[in-house]
Design a protein around this ligand. Structure first.
Ligand code: PGA
Length: 254
């Protein structure tokens, strides 16, 4: 049965001390709220990874993820972090293909496919983000955009590698804007994504893939979104910075 996942994306927030206390609070608050096949993942800046992964060690339901890795194995790439380095902190996931990386850092589908391969080669599960811009939504091209992001970013993988990938549908127009896709709009895209996975890898793999919704998800709108058949949780930005809000989103599955 596919996992229900609530993942936090702190983005470039929290200094070292703030991050440690936020994580400690969250881990403590969610520890009795995570049920059955549910996971909580916190994706922090690199500076927190080792410390919070150590704090998460004794907690079977809370995992740690990075927000990016470099596509090369190692070498003269000043300021970058490799998949192996990120994994060595204890992190088990990495967000790849976030629209902020695509838009502000020019990350192409081809580059992202390399990062996906690097992550998997070093034992990191990608949380791979896809989603359309406002213009692509309004012009009705969004299904094509999403299909192409899937094909170029993750559909080159074997079925066994693909089974380690978590997908996140994040309409760019909903990220950090306070605008949320309606549960129906999100469900429509999630069902489309699952159908594409089934066409590529078969129904069993599609059925086992967790597809998260992201974009201004909060404790108020999460219950309606997460009750949709093909929405298996959320990738949470702003609301992941407040332990109470994040925990309330985690509790939606109870
Ligand atoms: P948001 O961010 O919840 O602040 O909209 C979501 C994301 O970018 O992953």
């Amino acid at each position: 049965m596919r996992k229900k996942i609530v993942a936090g994306n702190w983005k470039m927030n929290m200094d070292y001390q703030e991050g440690i206390s936020l994580f400690s609070e969250v881990a403590n608050m969610v520890k009795d709220e995570v049920i059955g096949n549910q996971l909580v993942i916190v994706c922090s800046p690199f500076i927190h990874l080792h410390s919070i992964a150590s704090l998460a060690k004794d907690n079977n339901n809370v995992f740690v993820g990075a927000q990016n890795i470099h596509q090369e194995e190692a070498g003269a790439y000043t300021g970058e972090i490799s998949a192996k380095q990120a994994r060595s902190t204890g992190a088990e996931y990495v967000i790849l293909g976030h629209s902020e990386r695509r838009a502000y850092f020019g990350e192409s589908d081809e580059l992202l496919a390399k990062k996906v391969n690097g992550a998997l080669a070093h034992g990191l599960s990608p949380i791979f983000c896809i989603g359309e811009t406002k213009e692509e939504r309004e012009s009705g091209q969004f299904f094509e955009v999403i299909k192409s992001q899937l094909e170029k970013g993750v559909f080159h993988l074997s079925a066994s590698d693909f089974s380690k990938v978590v997908l996140a549908y994040e309409p760019v127009w909903a990220i950090g804007t306070g605008l949320t896709a309606s549960p129906e709009q999100a469900q429509e895209v999630h069902a489309f994504i699952r159908k594409e996975i089934a066409a590529k890898y078969g129904a069993a793999v599609a059925d086992d893939t967790s597809i998260l919704y992201g974009g201004s998800c909060n404790p108020k709108n999460a219950p309606d979104l997460f009750s949709q058949t093909d929405i298996d949780g959320g990738l949470i930005g702003g609301a992941s910075l407040k332990s109470r809000d994040f925990t309330d989103i985690v509790k939606v599955f109870n």
